[in-house]
Design a protein around this ligand. Structure first.
Ligand SMILES: [Zn+2]
Ligand SMILES: [Zn+2]
Length: 139
């Protein structure tokens, strides 16, 4: 099965993700803007059993989310990149930062969430499902 490698900025922390992602989601919420330092984030959700730490050490930061469930973010203690996170709302899934793959051929997100906070200049692909806040829960 196909494996993809996700790395932090300095390269010491590496995650291996196997198979096809369950979901790819773009998020415009302000927490994601602050977390990434960018105008939005793209989360690649894999089933938990398909994600393994291949190399390196990490630190964690947990916060509550708008869904009412906490999310635990895992980041490189050396360079600070947030490589993956574990949402208690979807305990079977792990979110991986699409940028950590460094792969411009990575498949497009299928949904865009929290667009009420989308930067005004940003144009979305027409085939994205769009939600002003969180999408309805599904697994
Ligand atoms: Zn690093
Ligand atoms: Zn977000």
């Amino acid at each position: 099965m196909e494996s993809r490698s996700a790395k932090c900025h300095c390269g010491q922390l590496e995650l291996l993700c196997t198979g096809t992602p369950r979901r790819i989601s773009m998020c415009h919420c302000v927490e994601c803007q602050r977390r990434t330092g960018s105008a939005f984030s793209v989360a690649v959700f894999y089933e938990r059993g398909r994600v393994h730490v291949a190399n390196g050490s990490f630190a964690k930061f947990e916060r509550d989310s708008a869904s009412g469930h906490p999310v635990t973010f895992h980041f490189c203690p050396r360079c600070g990149s947030n490589v993956w996170w574990e949402p208690a709302r979807m305990p079977e899934l792990v979110g991986v930062a699409v940028g950590a793959f460094g792969d411009p051929t990575f498949p497009q997100p299928e949904q865009s969430v929290w667009t009420q906070y989308k930067h005004a200049w940003l144009r979305l692909p027409e085939d994205l499902r769009v939600f002003a806040s969180n999408p309805p829960a599904r697994t």
